[in-house]
Design a protein around this ligand. Structure first.
Ligand code: FAD
Length: 292
């Protein structure tokens, strides 16, 4: 089923997973994670794609597993920075053959060890969307950034490219992680003013460890609100306390987002079904009432 058809009827509840590196992890673990995630009845599960284009088959394999064994729609991430038209067409053909209907079209960032020209063929996700829209019949989605994409001069300039994503066929957007809901509300407000009508689904990454905090600081540059910052500074060496803080803060964010009419909730699980379970159990009745 196409995710945009689900979004026409209701707000969605969804998860993100990534294909584990086969060299240092047990591949069976991710299948166990997907089996465990199924009990929370997500509408869709998205599967990330390596920006280098390597191991793309792992993304397709996981999406196929979801398609055939899990009661949720797969959403295949596809980054185009390292690909040319031929690569994209080969992947699109595979997706079509497998009946995979939903694609999150992305640019990706040049990996540190990438040899060769990045962004040689597709410079932006909008070009990938345009290609997919003209050649295939997928339900397309795009990424968006509550605090603005790092390469954009201003939030308005960034949101103007979201309008382009909509014009190029994106039928919904998923946000980058954020910890201050005001950034999401501003994004939605400005996007609506600028003619973006498609659903904008907030992505929530529970910050459950000090290691994760450091990673996020370096990677996504998300603003950490003062109240959360104080807790992290105080409890960063206490694993259990950090876990409790991360889950509680995510629950607090989700409740606020639901109360304020967000188009859905997308949880970055980091392949940890326990995190999704903790969140679900704490607000099960709210999720059942608001997202079904
Ligand atoms: P783009 O949409 O191309 O945007 C990049 C910059 O270019 C922005 O500043 C934008 O405003 C600007 N821009 C866009 N289109 C145009 C245009 N036509 N003309 C001029 N400027 C333009 N990375 C991975 O490697 N694998 C993943 O699976 C993955 N999943 C993600 C999922 C989500 C929900 C999000 C939010 C990000 C994900 N990323 C993933 C990270 C993403 O690849 C990076 O954030 C990357 O820097 C930008 O990707 P994009 O698709 O937003 O790029």
């Amino acid at each position: 089923m196409r995710i945009n058809d689900i979004l026409k009827k209701k707000r969605t509840f969804s998860f993100e997973v990534f294909p584990p590196n086969p060299e240092n992890s047990n591949i069976q673990d991710i299948y166990n994670t997907l089996d465990a995630l199924q009990q929370f009845r997500p509408d869709f599960i998205s599967v990330t794609f390596k920006a280098s284009g390597d191991f793309s088959q792992n993304t397709i394999d996981l999406a196929c597993y979801i398609q055939h064994h899990i009661a949720a729609e797969p959403l295949v991430h596809l980054t185009c920075g390292a690909l040319d038209e031929h690569d994209v067409d080969a992947l699109a053909a595979k997706m079509q053959t497998e009946g995979l209907e939903n694609v999150l079209a992305l640019r990706g960032d040049k990996p540190a060890n990438f040899e060769g020209d990045y962004l040689k063929h597709f410079k932006h996700s909008t070009e990938l969307m345009d290609h997919l829209r003209q050649q295939y019949d997928f339900c397309l989605a795009g990424a968006c950034y509550p605090e603005g994409h790092i390469e954009s001069e201003s939030i308005r300039e960034d949101i103007a490219t979201l309008k382009l994503k909509q014009d190029m066929g994106a039928q919904f957007l998923i946000t980058q992680l954020f910890y201050d809901n005001n950034f999401y509300y501003r994004l939605v407000r400005v996007a609506r003013q600028m003619g973006i009508t498609i659903p904008i689904i907030p992505g929530i990454m529970p910050l459950t460890s000090a290691v994760m905090f450091n990673k996020i600081k370096n990677m996504a540059g998300a603003t950490i609100p003062f109240e959360l910052r104080v807790l992290i500074d105080r409890f960063r060496d206490d694993k259990q306390a950090m876990y409790e803080i991360g889950i509680s803060y995510a629950v607090h964010q989700i409740l606020d987002l639901l109360a304020n009419g967000a188009d859905g909730i997308h949880i970055y699980t980091m392949n940890n079904a326990r995190v999704a379970e903790e969140i679900y159990r704490r607000i099960q009745n709210v999720i059942e009432k608001e997202l079904r």
